[in-house]
Design a protein around this ligand. Structure first.
Ligand SMILES: [Fe+2]
Ligand SMILES: [Fe+2]
Length: 192
């Protein structure tokens, strides 16, 4: 990885660099929904991102409620098992479709954005490790669900871990949206 690429790593950047913001300046986020190309592929794809965000929020909320004494650790573990599995499976599938299908097509449409798709692929590679870390953190909670003590420490550590994970996931989703959506709005979804 070059120094420039290093600076733009998921855990280091605070947003997209200016050259990659050329198209989102032309198609600002607050006008996306009104654009005739929005319905269909874009709205479906943004709904997937919304579901990832909601799953993270639900797990963070459950962990907080458990720490506050409002939910039994066993109940939290049952919900975590469902939400966590859904998040991991759906994220992996989503990244595979983006890397294997959408990005190779989208990257040919506007030369200014080609580096953006390289950046998103590097995000996905980094997220493989982050997802594995999430699985480990979740499994620690699940394995201890029936233990007599220590739930507060385990759930507290998971809550902190998930906060970091969801922050990095949000960075990826937000930046990906600002790269992908303007390209489709400008060039259309035909051929995707
Ligand atoms: Fe992605
Ligand atoms: Fe995505």
């Amino acid at each position: 990885m070059s120094d420039d690429q290093e600076d733009l790593a998921l855990d280091l950047r605070a947003g997209l660099p200016d050259p990659l913001r050329a198209l989102v300046k032309e198609f600002p986020r607050d006008g996306w929904e009104q654009h005739p190309e929005f319905q269909g592929l874009i709205s479906f794809w943004l709904d997937r991102h919304l579901m990832f965000r909601r799953l993270c929020e639900a797990m963070i909320q459950d962990a907080q409620t458990t720490l506050d004494g409002g939910m039994e650790p066993r109940q939290m573990a049952g919900r975590l098992s469902r939400y966590g599995s859904a998040l991991v499976n759906d994220l992996h599938g989503h990244h595979q479709i983006e890397d294997g299908h959408y990005f190779p097509r989208l990257t040919t449409l506007d030369a200014r954005m080609a580096h953006g798709f390289d950046l998103l692929e590097r995000d996905h590679a980094q997220m493989d490790g982050l997802i594995a870390g999430f699985v480990d953190a979740a499994n620690t909670v699940l394995a201890g669900a029936d233990a007599a003590g220590g739930a507060t420490d385990r759930v507290g550590a998971f809550h902190a871990h998930l906060g970091d994970f969801s922050g990095l996931l949000e960075r990826h989703l937000f930046d990906e949206e600002e790269i992908v959506v303007p390209v489709i709005l400008k060039y259309g979804a035909n051929g995707l």
